[in-house]
Design a protein around this ligand. Structure first.
Ligand code: ASP
Length: 567
């Protein structure tokens, strides 16, 4: 029997073969108290001294007991736990298995290094908070499958040994023994396959898909992650967005017992950058960035003049409180580390303005600045794209969310088709995204907009999707404008362009990052806390020691060999 089954027992009844782990042992004079834990709960066992239990048992031994279910004395009731008003007087004990000394205690809060927790993840997962995280994950999958069945969306799987699906990261490669010198790639997403389903005539598709991206791990990134992947035929962005809202609303209510409001708000990319400095705004923070360029058109502050004459603008945030010098200096250091020239600021107190630039203000500028009222005006000057990131950091550092328990969803749309990364054009989503206007894309691809939409929750990018290109010529053009040569297009994507050429329906889709969703709902600091067996920040698995060295003879079978192995 398990601990939850004790609910059916009354005071004085027999407990038969209750099994679980020793959670805690306490010695009290003539009696030994042992907390027994299983997946369903915790109960106190009472042993009399005659059995020497305190020397026989240790934490995490796996045991079975028989005994009597007994109401505790009034003074000993613990109403914080499920069976805190009962205990079991043990008559028989069988030790099923012993435990070595633990690397850390199985307690709710521990201060153990994450590498150790991951090395012994199977023990870490015995801890109650981790159990809650993993069960929330399991419930999320269950709810997703339930709403998918209700909406009649088909679960279809796609291969994981593939050629390559570009999503802006590097591929994980798998060498092929049967075809030495050739490699499979693990999918960065099932993107092209889900589009093929639409070409094959399926009206829709979903998959709880593993995706692999070889990029730096961060708190919200893992080399291997899980997404709810969706695609719909004859679909527009509006249709996809309304399906996603329906799915998210159901999962929140079914798996998290939380009602959320739909439809979600929408911002254009430009609005998001202008008002929040980021395309992932946390709208629980009320304060927005505003433009103060007009105040400084006749300024005698030289650096502002220079910026304004090279098409820059001045963007500001206003705190009602007067920030301390230390707060200002810390913020200044933080944004300088990110590349800002420094934090501009004025302190406004009644009719007085102070700050390093205050002496240079003329009367007109002063009176306009005073109209913002007492507080601190923080600003950045430059081209908005270049200063947005600093403004985002300032906003998130000086202002707090009004309410931390709220889920604030927002759609971001009208992204630029291309962004420049390390001097190279990259599609801001992926190269299968349809331009908003093919004509504008043909004329000026670097200024074209994409039919790409992101869903942001509390400042975290929860998912992305787009209307897809369904015309082989436009697909080829997009790949050309991305910078691929005719040969590269044919070698990497020829098969896909061929597939688009046989009457492809209009189609669109989306993917929701399941790990991020759960981490956000459970307010966890990192997605690693909601993934059963995650990799460390450097992409390693301390439990199995993957990735591992391969013996040279094995490599030979793949026609591979190490260069400078010891470097
Ligand atoms: N393949 C995209 C991604 O993984 C999602 C999509 O466009 O549907 O982000």
């Amino acid at each position: 029997m398990n601990i939850k089954d004790l609910e059916n027992l009354k005071d004085g009844q027999q407990v038969i073969e209750l099994t679980g782990w020793v959670d805690n042992i306490r010695d009290h004079g003539g009696l030994t108290f042992v907390d027994l834990r299983d997946f369903t709960g915790l109960i106190q066992l009472v042993f009399d001294k005659s059995g020497d239990v305190d020397t026989k048992l240790k934490n995490e031994f796996y045991i079975t007991i028989n005994g009597t279910f007994k109401k505790r004395d009034e003074a000993l009731i613990n109403d914080k736990i499920l069976f805190g008003d009962y205990e079991i007087e043990v008559t028989d004990l069988i030790i099923i298995n012993q435990s070595k000394t633990l690397p850390f205690q199985i307690e709710d809060s521990i201060e153990t290094d994450e590498n150790i927790r991951l090395k012994y993840r199977y023990l870490d997962l015995r801890r109650q908070p981790m159990k809650v995280n993993i069960m929330t994950r399991s419930n999320t999958f269950k709810s997703i499958r339930s709403i998918m069945n209700q909406l009649n969306i088909f679960e279809i799987d796609t291969p994981t040994l593939i050629k390559s699906t570009p999503e802006g990261a590097k591929d994980f490669l798998v060498p092929s023994r049967k075809s030495p010198s050739n490699f499979y790639a693990l999918p960065q997403s099932p993107q092209m396959y889900k589009q093929l389903f639409m070409m094959s005539g399926f009206p829709n598709y979903y998959q709880i898909a593993k995706c692999y991206r070889d990029e730096d791990s961060r708190k919200d990134r893992q080399p291997e992650f899980t997404q709810l992947d969706l695609e719909f035929s004859d679909a527009s962005p509006e249709l996809v967005k309304s399906k996603v809202e329906e799915i998210v609303k159901f999962v929140f209510s079914d798996a998290y017992d939380c009602k959320i409001k739909t439809p979600f708000n929408t911002l254009t990319y430009e609005e998001a950058i202008n008002f929040y400095g980021t395309d992932k705004p946390d709208l629980r923070i009320e304060e927005k960035i505003f433009d103060i360029t007009d105040i400084f058109t006749d300024t005698s502050i030289n650096f502002l003049n220079d910026i304004l004459s090279s098409q820059g603008s001045i963007k500001a945030l206003h705190t009602k409180e007067l920030l301390t010098r230390k707060q200002i200096d810390d913020l200044d250091t933080e944004i300088k580390e990110l590349g800002s020239n420094g934090l501009g600021w004025f302190k406004i107190e009644d009719t007085n303005i102070s700050g390093p630039l205050a002496k240079l203000l003329n009367d007109n500028e002063k009176s306009k600045l005073l109209s913002y009222g007492s507080g601190t005006l923080l600003f950045q000057a430059g081209i908005i794209k270049e200063i947005a990131n600093f403004l985002d950091v300032i906003r998130r550092t000086v202002f707090q969310p009004l309410n931390n328990d709220v889920y604030s969803f927002v759609w971001i749309e009208d992204f630029p088709f291309f962004e420049v990364e390390d001097g190279e054009l990259q599609p801001s989503h992926h190269p299968f995204t349809s331009p908003k206007s093919n004509e504008i894309f043909k004329d000026d691809p670097t200024n074209a907009t994409a039919l790409h939409y992101d869903l942001v929750l509390n400042g975290v990018e929860l998912g992305s999707g787009s209307q897809r290109i369904n015309n082989p010529e436009i697909q080829t053009l997009v790949l050309e404008k991305w910078g691929l040569s005719k040969e590269e297009i044919s070698e990497r994507f020829g098969w896909f362009i061929e597939a688009l050429s046989y009457g492809t329906p209009v189609h669109a889709g989306f993917a929701i990052g399941i790990d991020r969703l759960i981490a956000e709902v459970l307010n966890q600091p990192s997605i690693r806390d909601v993934i059963p067996f995650p990799k460390t920040q450097s992409g390693l698995d301390p439990l199995t020691n993957a990735p591992a060295n391969i013996e040279e003879e094995v490599l030979e079978e793949y026609n591979l060999k190490y260069i400078n192995k010891d470097e």
